[in-house]
Design a protein around this ligand. Structure first.
Ligand code: TXA
Ligand code: MG
Length: 322
């Protein structure tokens, strides 16, 4: 398979973006597949490269707060407080959109998702590009998200124009998506910024009930699809020890006893210290290794529902066989 060039030339990457082409770039969460958000033809290429349904809107990436005024009609005080505390960082704010933002970016919604990523190279790229950059995670739709340039090359290298290598992603799971367009903040996707940190600033956030929105299009965040982030190998979430594990893989938060490990063909320990932040950083790469290990099934136990554990559990439950 042929792959596009991979390098660290930020000026070149910015020129490619300005030219209406696709650049994958590192953020602190995962690699994004970027296009000039104000160029509808460039944005359409993102949907094509990923095979992403057009009803799933994209996040705009900007380098600073002063780039946002033009993109939204309102920036409520609570949203501004969160931006002051957590940007640059793994928080995406969904705000009422202005007419500047093409409907293709927001899938026709009246809101737009925006974030300032916390990665020096990404900020440099966004500055030099001089336009808001629409960027979903740089993986084919529904598959495991990339946390290194090599992951992007494997999955999308043939379909894009340049991969800007910014090293492995520090956070490892996507940003937390928070809608700030109504009365109460709505947590549309748990992610790299723990909900507890948000609540410490703006009080309780509401979590939408997926059962109240049975179809994908009717979801408050169209990307909250039940199956996502999926490896090729079936994945089962288990509380107890799985029955026959000889040809199976195991993903574990912390160290496990040797007698247990010996019962699996492959084991991934996400953090020797059992630390959820370290586990999140290793999660997608470990899932890829288990997927490549030719096992019949991957088992994982649920993670503690606190801090980054929520984001990992969210990804695991969507990766799991239904
Ligand atoms: O960390 C991240 O957020 C990464 C990096 C590259 O920034 N990006 C990312 O994008 O994860 P993506 O497209 O894989 O996920 C974006 C999520 C989707 O669930 C989408 O439905 C939701 O954000 N979203 C985008 N715009 C929205 C809007 N206007 N209203 C509600 N949800 C929105
Ligand atoms: Mg994604």
């Amino acid at each position: 398979m042929s792959c596009c060039p991979i390098g660290t030339d930020v000026a070149h990457a910015a020129a490619v973006l300005r030219d209406g082409k696709l650049v994958a770039f590192a953020t602190e969460t995962v690699y994004g597949l970027g296009a000039n958000a104000l160029d509808e033809r460039a944005v359409a290429k993102v949907f094509e490269a990923k095979d992403r349904p057009r009803f799933d809107p994209l996040i705009l990436h900007v380098p600073s707060m002063d780039c946002i005024d033009d993109l939204v009609t309102e920036f409520p005080d609570a949203a501004r407080q969160l931006a002051d505390c957590f940007w640059p960082g793994p928080l995406t704010l969904v705000l009422p959109k202005s007419e500047t933002v093409p409907d293709l970016v927001t899938a026709g919604l009246g809101t737009v998702a925006i974030r300032i990523p916390d990665h020096p190279q990404a900020l440099d790229l966004l500055q030099q590009a001089g336009v808001p950059v629409a960027a979903p995670s740089a993986n084919p739709f529904g598959q495991v998200s990339p946390t290194t340039a090599a992951h992007v090359a494997e999955q999308l290298g043939e379909r894009i124009d340049y991969i800007l290598d910014g090293g492995p992603c520090r956070v490892g799971v996507e940003s937390t998506v928070l809608q700030m367009a109504g009365d109460t903040p709505l947590l549309l996707r748990p992610g790299g910024l723990p909900a507890e940190d948000i609540e410490a600033i703006v009080g309780p956030v509401r979590i939408p009930d997926p059962a109240a929105h049975p179809s994908a299009q009717a979801q408050p965040a169209p990307g909250m699809l039940p199956r996502h982030y999926a490896p090729r190998t079936p994945l089962t979430i288990t509380r107890g020890p799985p029955p026959d594990t000889k040809c199976c893989g195991l993903m574990s938060l912390g160290p496990i006893e040797e007698t247990v490990a010996a019962r699996f063909a492959a084991v991934e320990v996400l953090s020797a210290a059992g630390d959820l932040t370290e586990a999140a950083a290793n999660f997608f790469a470990a899932l890829r290794r288990l997927d490549a290990a030719s096992v019949d099934r991957i088992f994982a136990s649920p993670f503690p529902e606190a801090g980054l554990g929520r984001a990992i559990n969210d990804r695991l439950s969507r990766a799991a066989e239904k």
